[in-house]
Design a protein around this ligand. Structure first.
Ligand code: TEU
Length: 577
C-alpha cells in the first residue's frame, strides 16, 4: 500500500452537523457471527463490546446491528417477537445500554435494524390477530378468503399467485379462522398491514422508544415493500417459475411515500443527529429521488440492489459470470441517478450476499482485489458500508453438503428445486455461489480454535482459511486489507472532495477499468481502478491525470507514482489535485 496520510486533513471533511452521515463510514455487525463471549456458539452483545476498540481503530463512525430483538430466529432475527426486548442469545437490555455507552463513549454512533414490513408469527400482535376473525388486531395483518369457488388449504386456493421470497406461496392457510395470511418471506414472518393507522402508530411509538434510549437511527428492512396494491392482483407467471411475480404489486406501492413522510414527522422531527437508510430491493433508479430527495424528508439514503443482482436474471441461485465493466457501469448509473440531490449507500457485502472478494474479485488476487473493489466503492459519492470481515478480505464460506448450510432461504429453495427435478449437485453449486450463508460465517479474529470467534461450537462452520486470513495478523500490518480500509476511512474523513464532491465517469479503452473524477470547488480527485485479473490499458487517460498520488494498493517507488499507461491486475490509485 502507498498512502500519503499527510495529504488528508486532520480538520475534517467540511460537512455540517446535519449532514454528518455523508462523511461517515458505517460498519455492519451481524451479531450472531461477530464475537461470542459466553461459549454458546452464537455471537452476543458482550462480544461486540469487547471489540469496540478494534472498530474505533478501523476508523468507522457508525455501527449498524442486524436484529438483536427477541425472536424465534426463523430468519436469524428478521422475525421479531418483541420489539422492546433483546433476545437472550444476545444478552439483555442492560447489556445493550452498556454497549451503547461504549459506542458513544468512543465517539461512534449506533443504528438499529428496523424490521416492520413483517413481525414474527409469535409476536403477541399476530397471536391475537390469528385468534379470531373479530379480534381487534385481526386487521393488523393481511388476511384474505380463499380464491372464490376454492376450498381453503387446497392447491390453487390462495387469494393470489404471489410467491414468497423464500420459495412456495406467499400465503399460509389458517385452519382455525378459515382465512389465509400474507407473508412475503417465511410463513413465520406475517406481513403487517400498514394501511391500518394503529399499526403505523405502534411502529412509530417503538421507534421513538429506541431513539429516546439513545440509538442514533435505523436501517429499515425492505421498507419499499410496506404498501401493497390493495387489490392484491395476481402477478405475471414467468416460464419455469412456479409462482406469479408479485413484486410490481408490493414494491413502491401506492402509499409508501406517504407512510415514510408520516414516519419522519412522527419520529424524527425535533431530533437531531439521526440517520436513516431504507433497504429497498428492486427500487427503480428513476424513482429513487422520491425516497432520497432531502426536500421530501423521507429517508437519508437507500440500499439499492442492482449491482448485487447483476448476473442473476435466471434466478438468485443460477448466477452467470459478469462481463468486464458491468459492475462499474451499474455503480455509475446509480451515481448519476442520485446526482447532486440524493445520496447513495455504497456497499458490496452484507449478510444477504456472498463475499465481494469471491464474487466480484478474485481469490487468487485476494489482497489486490479486495482493496481494488474497496477503492472503487469508497471513493464514490455516498456513504460507504463495511460488512464485518470485509475489512479483512474474508472470502465465501466452504459448504461441503446440505448439512453445512443454515439459511432458511437456501434450505427452502433446495427442497423446492430438488422436488421440481433439478439435480441436487446443481442446486448445491448455486447455493455455494450466491447463498446468504457465505457472508454469515464467523468473523476470523485469530488463528486459534474457531478463529477466536467462540470457545464453544460455532452455529455455522468457520471458513478454513482463518489460519491465514484473520484480524490478529492484519491489525498492525501496514500491508493488510485492514490497514487499507483504515486508510480509506481517513480519506473520507479528511478530504472534502471525497466526502462531498460531484462524480464524473472517465471513459478508458479498457472496459475492466473503473475510472472517475470527484470535484469540489478547486479540488479534483481522480480514481483509477482495474477491476480485473489482467493488465488493463488507460490509454490517453493517463496523460490527463493531474495532481499527486495519495493512495494506492501497491507499494510504489517514487518513479512509479505518475499515472501509468497500463494498470496491473486489480491495481487501484487515487490522485489529488
Ligand atoms: O432482505 C430483503 C431481500 O430482499 C433480500 O436481500 C433477501 O435476503 C433475499 O435474499 C431475497 O432473495 C431483508 C434482510 O436483509 C434479510 O436478511 C431478511 O431475510 C429479509 O429482509 C426478510 O426480513
Amino acid at each position: 500500500m502507498f498512502f500519503r496520510d499527510d495529504a488528508v486533513s486532520a480538520t475534517g471533511n467540511g460537512l455540517g452537523p446535519d449532514e454528518w452521515w455523508k462523511g461517515a463510514v458505517v460498519y455492519q455487525i451481524y451479531p450472531r457471527s461477530f464475537k461470542d463471549s459466553d461459549g454458546d456458539g452464537f455471537g452476543d452483545l458482550e462480544g461486540i463490546r469487547s471489540k469496540l476498540d478494534y472498530l474505533k481503530a478501523l476508523g468507522v463512525d457508525v455501527l449498524w446491528l442486524s436484529p438483536i430483538y427477541a425472536s424465534p430466529q426463523a430468519d436469524n432475527g428478521y422475525d421479531i417477537a418483541d420489539y422492546y426486548d433483546i433476545d437472550p442469545m444476545f444478552g439483555t437490555l442492560s447489556d445493550f445500554d452498556r454497549l451503547l455507552e461504549g459506542v458513544h463513549g468512543r465517539g461512534m454512533r449506533l443504528v438499529m435494524d428496523l424490521v416492520v414490513n413483517h413481525s414474527s408469527d409469535e409476536h403477541p400482535w399476530f397471536v391475537e390477530s390469528r385468534s379470531s376473525r373479530d379480534n381487534p388486531k385481526r386487521d393488523w395483518y393481511i388476511w384474505r378468503d380463499p380464491r372464490p369457488g376454492c376450498v381453503g388449504g387446497e392447491a390453487g386456493a390462495q387469494p393470489n399467485n404471489w410467491g414468497s421470497f423464500f420459495s412456495g406461496s406467499a400465503w399460509t392457510w389458517d385452519e382455525a379462522t378459515g382465512q389465509y395470511y400474507l407473508h412475503l418471506f417465511h410463513k413465520k414472518q406475517p406481513d403487517l398491514n400498514w394501511e391500518n393507522p394503529e399499526v403505523r402508530a405502534a411502529v412509530y411509538r417503538m421507534m421513538n422508544w429506541w431513539l429516546d434510549r439513545g440509538v442514533d437511527g435505523f436501517r429499515m428492512d425492505v421498507i419499499n415493500l410496506i404498501s401493497k396494491d390493495p387489490g392484491l392482483p395476481d402477478g405475471v407467471v414467468y416460464p419455469g417459475r412456479a409462482w406469479g411475480e408479485g413484486f410490481p404489486h408490493f414494491s413502491e406501492g401506492p402509499h409508501v411515500h406517504e407512510y415514510l413522510a408520516e414516519m419522519r414527522r412522527e419520529v424524527f422531527d425535533g431530533r437531531s443527529g439521526t440517520m436513516t437508510v431504507g433497504e429497498c430491493p428492486g427500487v427503480r433508479r428513476d424513482n429513487v429521488l422520491l425516497f432520497t430527495d432531502p426536500a421530501r424528508r423521507e429517508l437519508d439514503m437507500v440500499f439499492q440492489f442492482d449491482h448485487v443482482d447483476l448476473g442473476l436474471e435466471a434466478g438468485k441461485f443460477h448466477p452467470r459470470p459478469l462481463r468486464p465493466g458491468e459492475l462499474a457501469d451499474c455503480l455509475t448509473q446509480w451515481q448519476e441517478a442520485q446526482g447532486e440531490i440524493g445520496w447513495n449507500s455504497l456497499y458490496l457485502d452484507n449478510h444477504d450476499q456472498p463475499r465481494a472478494v469471491s464474487r466480484f474479485g478474485d481469490e487468487t488476487y485476494r489482497y489486490e482485489s479486495a482493496t481494488a473493489l474497496a477503492t472503487a466503492l469508497h471513493m464514490l459519492r455516498g456513504t460507504p458500508y463495511v460488512y464485518q470481515g470485509e475489512e479483512l478480505g474474508m472470502t465465501n464460506g466452504v459448504f461441503h453438503g446440505l448439512d453445512d448450510f443454515r439459511d432458511v432461504e437456501a434450505l427452502r429453495y433446495y427442497h423446492e428445486a430438488v422436488e421440481s427435478g433439478e439435480s441436487p449437485e446443481d442446486v448445491l453449486a448455486g447455493m455455494r455461489a450466491t447463498g446468504r450463508d457465505n457472508g454469515r460465517t464467523p468473523v476470523q479474529w485469530d488463528a486459534g480454535p474457531n478463529a477466536g470467534f467462540t470457545d464453544g461450537t460455532p452455529w455455522i462452520g468457520v471458513t478454513p482459511n482463518y489460519t491465514e486470513i484473520n484480524a490478529a495478523t492484519q491489525v498492525g500490518d501496514p500491508s493488510s486489507v485492514y490497514a487499507y480500509y483504515r486508510a480509506l476511512a481517513d480519506v473520507r474523513h479528511g478530504l472534502p472532495v471525497i466526502a462531498a464532491g460531484s462524480f464524473e465517469r472517465i471513459v478508458t479503452p479498457s472496459p475492466a477499468v473503473f475510472a472517475y473524477r470527484r470535484t469540489l470547488d478547486e479540488a479534483v480527485a481522480t480514481i483509477l481502478v482495474n477491476l480485473s485479473s489482467q493488465p488493463a490499458s488507460l490509454g490517453e487517460v493517463a496523460r490527463g491525470v493531474s495532481g499527486e498520488l495519495i493512495l494506492s494498493n501497491r507499494d510504489l517507488s517514487e518513479a512509479e507514482r505518475e499515472a501509468p499507461g497500463v494498470l496491473e491486475p486489480w491495481e487501484a490509485r487515487v490522485y489529488l489535485a
